[in-house]
Design a protein around this ligand. Structure first.
Ligand code: ASP
Length: 297
């Protein structure tokens, strides 16, 4: 594989192979496997988990990390996205990780750069490594993915995470239901998955409630009548948790808006997988960087 722009077209075997590789990195100490290699974080949108776990993943593989911040760079002087990508490649990197508000950014960068590109989250299109992290976390929790039922709850229309999940989780056997107020549900449903506006109706049937943040920066908040009303109908709280199976779990890709889509008692409760998702960011990104570096050599 030369990079990871999209999960589209990756079959079950391929996806499972990445998860297996990531599992092999869980708990593994630092190595010098890729000493001398350079990984560049080209993040044009804010990030905490993705950026830092790619950085830690690269360090664990022995690679150097170059980090680009738009506000500290010539992007703030008007340099184009294309010129920035060409510049980062010319300085010398072995792999580029791209986060951008434009949905096509990773594919465009892959076309311009001679080096493999990894999608670090683009527009509302896709966030492939988040999907792999969540698949790994679920596989660890339940020992399987096949037959698991997940309700993705919230701003699905604005969410790149949801779109990545829709592309790859059903391929690995997870059954998805999209839940939210109509303005948050996708206008088209090419995946043929169930949709619902009533969270309480779904809770008893699912193994996983996967909560999403309202993507205010993409204008989503203005599409619903009120945030407080949303929190009342769709916020995960103790009462709703009690409506799930005893083995049911709650996930969130972060950042969480506590008091909106998730209450403190759930976020910090023992059925929350949120911090395990974060921790799995490192081995999953080690696996993806390894494949990109191996393919790019
Ligand atoms: N961190 C995730 C993303 O970059 C989810 C979010 O921001 O709501 O898409």
């Amino acid at each position: 594989m030369s990079g990871l722009v999209t999960l589209h077209g990756l079959g079950r075997e391929r996806l499972t192979g990445i998860l297996d590789k990531a599992e092999g990195y869980v708990g593994r100490g630092p190595s010098t496997d890729f000493s001398g290699a350079t990984v560049t974080n080209a993040f044009f949108e804010p990030s905490t988990r993705t950026r830092l776990s790619f950085e830690r993943a690269a360090h664990r593989l022995g690679a150097h990390v170059m980090s680009f911040s738009p506000e500290l760079s010539s992007a703030s002087k008007g340099e184009s996205f294309k010129d920035t990508i060409l510049t980062l490649t010319a300085i010398g990197t072995d792999v580029l990780i791209v986060r951008h508000r434009l949905a096509d950014a990773a594919a465009l960068a892959a076309g311009w750069s001679a080096r493999p590109v990894i999608n670090g989250g683009v527009g509302s299109r896709e966030h492939p490594t988040q999907t792999l992290i969540d698949a790994l976390t679920l596989r660890q929790e339940f020992g399987r993915l096949d037959g698991l039922r997940m309700a993705i709850v919230g701003d699905i229309r604005g969410s790149r995470v949801a779109r990545g999940h829709l592309i790859a989780l059903p391929t690995m056997g997870v059954e998805l239901t999209l839940v939210g107020p109509t303005p948050f549900l996708p206008q088209e449903n090419p995946w043929g998955v169930r949709t619902s506006t009533d969270l309480d109706d779904e809770l008893g049937d699912v193994d996983v409630v996967y909560l999403l943040r309202i993507q205010a920066e993409r204008g989503s908040a203005a599409t619903i009548p009120s945030i407080a009303g949303y929190a009342r109908r769709y916020g995960m709280n103790a009462e709703r948790l009690s409506m799930m199976k005893p083995t049911g779990v709650v996930m969130h890709p972060g950042p969480m808006n506590r008091g909106v889509e998730i209450d403190d008692s759930i976020a910090d409760g023992e059925r929350s997988l949120v911090l395990r998702q974060v921790a799995n960011g490192v081995p999953v990104r080690m696996a993806v960087i390894t494949e990109a570096l191996e393919g790019g050599r």
